[in-house]
Design a protein around this ligand. Structure first.
Ligand code: UD1
Ligand code: UDP
Length: 406
């Protein structure tokens, strides 16, 4: 009871997003981490354009990582659940999001909750909605690695959300088939493309990198840049440490190579990084970057090494070779497009792949910008068009009835 009271007082007043429309159907959009806000921002802008009544909720599963993205992507939240704590566990996140969000659902009574991807925020949002008999729309539905423990806990989160959602917005045909194989009804699956391509196109068109990143690019202009990101929970401990060691040794050995690593704020990542990569020549450890700075570095890299999901979807648009630092991927489309290669779980394979591609860079040189297998940049428009069909607006009814009166 005490906890609930605390949560109620924490909730700020709703702001502006719902104002000035009469569509009559309320869509609540929930996000909590960097990839969710990147991928939901094009949907939010389309919903606004089509005059949906929307309520934007941030769980703040991430705080520091999220805020610069809200500014950049011009998103104002109506509610901030402020749940982030240091070194949090998925159980803590899930419980705290569900408790706080339930209060918002009680106040706002949305007709639909939109969640994105596979985070604990997305899972908690879908479950909170389901328990209140509110329909759930899942953006980026149907990704499957086939291994419940990798990515962990994301693979299970996705599967659970698919059980609860009414609208499944799948990025690719492969994702559609995965959902069909699990018994999701065909009419509820819509292949729209991944909204990350919409977001990437928008960023590339409208922004330029900061002076700091332009300086770093200038400073490393004679070097082969490896851009690294790593943060997956299943790699914490020996795996992440061994990968970092291999990368450190590779850079040390090759004078014409540098490593640029925007380090995730997860303390497990930061500890391993500090122990292994601090104070090394040609190793640049940065704080997490805003979207345009990160994309600019991707464009300027010789090779990307990453366990990120989003980066796998962005690499084809940018035509950049990517070594996927994971044992499996739920996004094999990038591998099929010959843009990415899966390293697997063994650091010795990473070492071998780095050395082979350094001495014989045929693959690296062959990677070109390709038609992005994850989307064409119009996914958000498609999603909102589908929602318009599913939620016939009051305004449409009014127009029809006034015509009848005439
Ligand atoms: C989560 C998602 C993962 C996604 C990643 C994006 C789940 C299960 N995992 O990862 O799918 O790829 O976010 O980055 O939801 N921290 C800060 N400030 C921040 C963010 C994090 O200090 O802005 C630190 C905190 O100590 C926090 C920790 O990082 O407790 C881990 O955050 P968490 O939300 O658990 O992230 P991940 O599970 O690593
Ligand atoms: N990204 C960013 N700055 C960084 C690292 C990543 O803007 O310093 C972007 C990246 O381009 C991609 C997204 O963040 O769009 C991926 O986030 P993350 O790897 O944290 O999550 P995942 O996609 O693995 O769930």
């Amino acid at each position: 009871m005490e906890l609930l009271e605390e949560i109620i007082t924490v909730l700020p007043k709703p702001t502006k997003n719902g104002a000035g429309n009469n569509r009559g159907q309320k869509v609540l959009i929930l996000f909590g981490t960097r990839p969710e806000v990147i991928k939901l921002s094009p949907v939010i802008h389309q919903l606004k354009k089509r005059k949906f009544e929307i309520v934007i909720v941030s769980s703040s599963q991430h705080k520091d990582l999220l805020d610069p993205f809200l500014d950049l992507l011009k998103i104002k939240t109506d509610y901030d659940l402020e749940i982030m704590t240091d070194n949090q566990t998925p159980n803590e996140i899930c419980a705290r999001v569900m408790l706080s969000l339930d209060k918002v659902l009680h106040i706002e009574k949305p007709n639909l909750i939109l969640v994105q991807g596979d985070t604990t925020t997305a899972l908690a949002g879908a479950l909170a909605g389901f328990n209140r008999k509110i329909q759930v729309g899942h953006v980026e539905a149907g990704l499957r690695s086939g291994n419940l423990h990798s990515p962990f806990p994301e693979e299970f989160n996705r599967r659970l959300i698919s059980q609860m959602a009414t609208y499944h917005f799948a990025a690719t045909e492969r994702n559609r088939h995965s959902l069909l194989a699990e018994g999701v009804s065909m009419q509820n699956i819509h292949v729209t493309g991944n909204t990350v391509v919409d977001a990437l196109n928008y960023i590339l068109k409208n922004f330029s990198p900061s002076d700091e990143i332009e300086n770093l690019i200038a400073k490393t202009s004679r070097l082969k840049r490896i851009l690294l990101t790593t943060h997956r929970r299943e790699s914490f401990g020996a795996k992440i440490r061994n990968n970092l060691k291999v990368l450190a040794e590779f850079v040390e050995k090759h004078q014409d190579v540098c490593l640029i690593f925007p380090v995730h704020l997860n303390p497990n990542v930061r500890r391993a990084t500090r122990d292994i990569l601090a104070n090394r020549q040609r190793v640049f450890l940065l704080d997490p970057l805003n979207y345009i700075d990160f994309v600019s570095l991707m464009k300027e890299s010789w090779l990307i090494v990453s366990d990120s999901g989003g980066v796998q979807e962005e690499a084809p648009s940018l035509g950049k070779p990517l070594l996927i630092l994971r044992e499996n991927t739920e996004r094999p489309e990038a591998v099929r497009a010959m843009v990415a290669k899966l390293v697997g779980g063994n650091p010795e394979i990473l070492r071998r792949m780095l050395e082979e591609n350094y001495s014989l860079p045929t693959w690296i040189k062959s990677v070109k910008q390709v038609e992005n297998p994850f989307g064409d940049g119009k996914a958000a428009k498609r999603i909102v068009r589908i929602l318009e069909k599913e939620f016939p607006a009051k305004i449409v009814k009014k127009v029809v009835s006034s015509k009848l009166e005439i």
